[in-house]
Design a protein around this ligand. Structure first.
Ligand SMILES: *Cc1c(COP(=O)(O)O)cnc(C)c1O
Length: 447
């Protein structure tokens, strides 16, 4: 029996109470017939994983304080500016700028770089659609790079062949919150004199050789959308060590104007739009940041332990970390499922069986380069006008990513970050569930 509540349990219980749901804390052992749940056995994990987001009176006070101050926007108050200072300090960068979303962060960065029609943006094919959208919103051409199937990251060895005379920016993604091969990217960026933008929307607190990601390129982009490891419902931040660049970003996100006032006149600013973060969000972020360090350490510790367990199971290949990785953010816990190790049981059936065990999981991203929305770009009237039919046909052919096809169609499986916030026994249960499925793979296959 569990007799003591640690601090995290307390926060979790408070969060559950705050959400108006009363739940006891069932603590099962899974002494049973050993059958998978999908075959009528009991679940490997009968209780649910930690709630997300976690919150308590700190967040409540944060909201009320801003409300009562009457200063709700960043142009009126000082909370967002305070958050920016704290976030920059936490990440070890000189500057940070809060914006309205991770997508806004990327969009602002591309705006500050004046990426536009005719420019090419290099990005992984294995990413969230936002990475693609921000390039296309600027009528730039997204150039996909295939995936390193072992790490799930953009394959840095295939980047140089994607660079051409129109390449304007390198925009790799720390997918899942694990660093891409940063050293190799820095080398490529330097050699080709291209700005390196880190899409770090999933990678809060991840580290490369002891330094936080988002501090290596010209700029980093972070998301604070609900699902992300640091969250205020919707929000984002840009990080940079370059004062001029962050100033250009500030102006872009503030209707092309510097300072903290808006001009009522016209023609006083530069190109820009309104992507400002509110004081409410800024204060929620400061409240959430009181737990970020501890949560990041817990995820990293549990993920590494889970990896050690899964590495023992033939047919399960946790995503490999590149050598410079000193901490993962584990927004996603990603692994490859190789059906050969499971008597040919398909990934779909494996996922269903694992879900039945009380272990939420999914296959994750698909093939963005083959999505109708994406391939339709080759027929988009604006793109045809800017790039011509020949280039757009070439682009379609250039977009083949065979490794990513293989990964996404047969192998990839994800767990989500909040599943790593529990204790070690949660990880044991995940591994136990997979072992059960493996043992009974034949019976599950014939369902
Ligand atoms: C979440 C995410 C974004 C976009 O962030 P939003 O805050 O949802 O706009 C961009 N890129 C990646 C890789 C993401 O995971």
């Amino acid at each position: 029996m569990k007799t003591k509540y640690n601090r995290r349990d307390f926060i979790s219980a408070a969060a559950i109470a705050g959400g108006g749901i009363a739940v006891g804390a069932p603590y099962f052992s899974f002494a049973d017939d050993g059958k998978p749940a999908i075959l009528g056995g009991s679940k490997a994990k009968a209780d649910s994983f930690t709630n997300w987001p976690l919150f308590n009176e700190t967040e409540e006070r944060a909201l009320i304080d801003v409300l009562k101050s009457g200063k709700w926007g960043r142009l009126n108050g000082k909370v967002v500016a305070g958050f920016e200072g704290e976030y920059a300090k936490l990440l070890g960068v000189n500057h940070s700028l809060g914006v309205s979303s991770g997508t806004s962060a990327l969009y602002t960065i591309l705006g500050a770089l004046d990426v536009g029609p005719g420019d090419e943006v290099i990005m992984p094919v294995y990413t969230f659609i936002a990475t693609y959208n921000v390039a296309v919103l600027n009528y730039a051409l997204p150039i996909f790079v295939d995936t390193d199937i072992e790490s799930f990251q953009i394959d840095s060895t295939k980047v140089e062949s994607a660079i051409g005379p129109q390449t304007k920016v390198l925009m790799p993604v720390h997918i899942g919150g694990s660093p891409f091969n940063i050293d190799h990217f820095l080398q490529i960026a330097d050699k080709h004199n291209l700005p390196l933008i880190e899409d770090a929307c999933q990678a809060h607190m991840a580290e490369w050789k002891g330094k936080k990601v988002g501090s290596f390129g010209l700029a980093g982009a972070f998301s604070f959308q609900s699902s992300k490891n640091l969250n205020c419902a919707e929000g984002g931040a840009i990080t940079s060590n370059n004062a001029d660049f962050i100033k250009t970003c500030y102006n872009f996100h503030n209707q092309g104007q510097g300072g903290t006032t808006t001009s009522f006149g016209t023609g006083t600013g530069t190109r820009g739009t309104n992507l400002r973060l509110t004081e409410f969000q800024g204060n929620i972020l400061l409240a959430q940041m009181t737990r970020l360090r501890e949560q990041a350490a817990t995820r990293d510790r549990n993920a590494r332990y889970l990896t050690s367990l899964l590495n023992e199971i033939e047919g399960i290949e946790p995503a490999k970390l590149y050598e410079g990785t000193t901490a993962g953010a584990y927004h996603l816990y990603m692994f490859r499922y190789l059906k050969e190790g499971f008597g040919g049981l398909s990934r779909d059936k494996f996922i269903k069986a694992l879900q039945a065990e009380g272990i939420p999981c999914s296959q994750g991203y698909g093939q963005m380069n083959k999505d109708e929305y994406v391939t339709g770009l080759a027929k988009n009237k604006h793109y045809l006008k800017i790039y011509g039919e020949k280039r757009m046909q070439e682009w379609l052919e250039q977009n083949e990513c065979p490794q990513n096809d293989k990964l996404t169609s047969e192998q990839s499986v994800w767990f989500l970050q909040y599943m790593l916030l529990g204790n070690q026994s949660d990880m044991d249960k995940i591994a136990a569930a997979i072992k059960k499925i493996k043992k009974y793979a034949k019976q599950i296959n014939s369902l």
